[in-house]
Design a protein around this ligand. Structure first.
Ligand code: NAD
Ligand code: TYD
Length: 351
C-alpha cells in the first residue's frame, strides 16, 4: 500500500495507472481536485478496490494523519502541487500554500507516522518528493546540463515554491532522519496532460484551427521526457534510491519550442490532413516575464546508481501523444470547460 498525493493530475494519474498495472498493490490517492485534477483520468480504475480515492487537501493535517494511521502505507509519493509557471505569474499565492506549506504539512505528518513505526516498516518507509529541474534556474546555450549538485536558482514563483519544498524535504532527512528521496525531472509530455502546457495546448489549438501562441522568439529550450519514462524513474528511485539522495530525471531530448511545435504540426498534418499545413497557425506572442532560456538534465546518476534511462524517443512519444488526444475527444471536452476558457482569456487575451 502506498499513499500518492496529486494522483488525479497528469503525472500522478499516469503513475497510479502504471503502478496498479505493474506492481498490483493498492494506492490511496489524496487529491484536492483543483482545476488540474480530474477523476476521469482514473476512470479505468472505477471498480478496482486497489484504488482508494480521497478528496482532500495536503494542508489538512488531521486528514493526512488519519489516512496514514488507517492504511499504514509503506511509502508516500508526493506529486500534489500547483504546477503551471504562467499561473504562478498571474497568481502566486496558491503556489506557496500548496507547494511550500502543503509539503511542510505532509512532511510533519509523515515524520509523526514514521517515528512511531518500528522494525522493517520503519526501515523500509520512504517519502518520495517529486520535483522539477526548474529549481536550478536557466542555462546558457553552452552550459553543461543540470546535475544534482547544480546550485538552486529558481526564477519563477512556481520554481521558487518547488525549491522551497525541496529544501524542506532535505532538512527533514538531515535533521530528523526521515527517509526521503527527491527526484528533479525535466518537462513531461504524454496522455492526460492538461491543455495549458505547451504540447497539449498546441495539439488542442491545431485541431481547432486556432492560433499556436509561441512566446518570444520560440528559441527557449526544454528537455522533454515521456511521462511513462518519468513514472518508471520514480518507481525505480522508490525501490533502489538511497534515503537522503536526490536524483535528476531527464529525457536527453533538448528541443527549442519552435522545433516542438513544428514537429507536432507535421504529425497533425499527417494524421488530420484537413487544414494542413498547421504550422501556418504559429503566432509569435509577447514573451513570458522572466522566461527561462534553457533547461537540460544530466541523468547520469540515476542511470549509474539505479539503472534507469528513458525508453521513449521524442518523435515516437510525441506521435503517441497526438494520437491519444485524437482518440480521446471526450476527455478534452471534459477539461476545456468554462474555467479553462477563462484561463485562456487571462493568459492570452492581452498578449
Ligand atoms: P498537475 O497540475 O497536472 O496535477 C497536480 C495535481 O495535484 C492535481 O490533481 C491537483 O488537483 C492536485 N493538487 C493541487 N493542490 C493540491 C492540494 N493542496 N492538495 C491535494 N492535491 C492537490 O501537475 P503534474 O504536471 O502532474 O505535476 C505533478 C508533480 O510533478 C508536481 O509536483 C510538479 O511540480 C512535478 N513535475 C512536473 C513536471 C511536468 O512537466 N508536468 C516536470 C517535473 C516535475
Ligand atoms: P510549459 O509547458 O508551460 O512548461 P514550463 O514553463 O514549465 O517549461 O512551457 C514549455 C515552454 O513552452 C516554455 O518555454 C514556455 C513555452 N510556451 C509557449 O511558447 N506558448 C505557450 O502557450 C505555452 C503554454 C508555453
Amino acid at each position: 500500500m502506498i499513499l500518492v498525493t496529486g494522483g488525479a493530475g497528469f503525472i500522478g494519474a499516469n503513475f497510479i495507472l502504471e503502478w496498479i498495472a505493474r506492481e498490483g498493490t493498492p494506492v490511496i490517492n489524496l487529491d484536492k481536485l483543483t482545476y488540474a485534477g480530474n477523476l476521469g483520468n482514473l476512470a479505468s480504475l472505477k471498480n478496482d478496490a486497489r484504488h482508494i480515492f480521497v478528496k482532500g487537501d495536503i494542508n489538512d493535517r488531521a486528514l493526512a494523519a488519519r489516512l496514514l494511521k488507517e492504511h499504514q502505507p509503506q511509502a508516500i509519493v508526493h506529486f500534489a502541487a500547483e504546477s503551471h509557471v504562467d499561473r504562478s505569474i498571474s497568481g502566486p499565492s496558491e503556489f506557496v500554500q500548496t507547494n511550500v506549506v502543503g509539503t511542510f504539512s505532509l512532511l510533519e505528518e509523515a515524520r509523526a507516522y514514521w517515528s512511531a513505526l518500528s522494525g522493517t516498516a520503519k526501515n523500509e518507509f520512504r517519502f518520495l518528493h517529486v520535483s522539477t529541474d526548474e529549481v536550478y534556474g536557466s542555462l546558457a546555450s553552452n552550459d553543461p546540463a543540470f546535475s544534482e549538485t547544480t546550485p538552486y536558482a529558481p526564477n519563477s514563483p512556481y520554481a521558487a515554491s518547488k525549491a522551497a519544498s525541496d529544501h524542506l524535504v532535505r532538512a527533514y532527512h538531515h535533521t530528523y532522519g526521515l527517509p526521503t528521496i527527491a527526484t528533479n525531472c525535466s518537462n513531461n509530455y504524454g496522455p492526460l496532460q492538461f491543455p495549458e502546457k505547451l504540447i497539449p495546448l498546441m495539439i488542442y489549438n491545431a485541431t481547432h484551427e486556432k492560433p499556436l501562441p509561441v512566446y518570444g522568439d520560440g528559441l527557449n529550450v526544454r528537455d522533454w521526457l515521456y511521462v511513462g519514462d518519468h513514472c518508471a524513474g520514480i518507481r525505480a528511485a522508490l525501490k533502489k534510491g538511497q534515503p537522503g539522495e536526490t536524483y535528476n530525471i531527464g529525457g536527453n531530448s533538448e528541443k527549442t519550442n519552435l522545433e516542438v511545435v513544428n514537429t507536432l504540426c507535421a504529425i497533425v498534418d499527417e494524421l488530420r490532413p484537413q487544414g494542413a499545413p498547421h504550422a501556418k497557425l504559429i503566432k509569435f506572442v509577447a514573451d513570458r516575464p522572466g522566461h527561462d532560456k534553457r533547461y537540460a538534465i544530466n541523468a547520469e546518476k540515476i542511470r549509474r546508481e539505479i539503472g534507469w534511462q528513458p525508453a521513449e524517443k521524442f518523435e515516437t512519444g510525441l506521435r503517441k501523444t497526438v494520437q491519444w488526444y485524437f482518440d480521446n475527444p471526450a476527455w478534452i471536452d471534459g477539461v476545456t470547460s468554462g474555467a479553462y476558457r477563462a484561463w485562456l482569456d487571462l493568459n492570452y487575451g492581452s498578449r
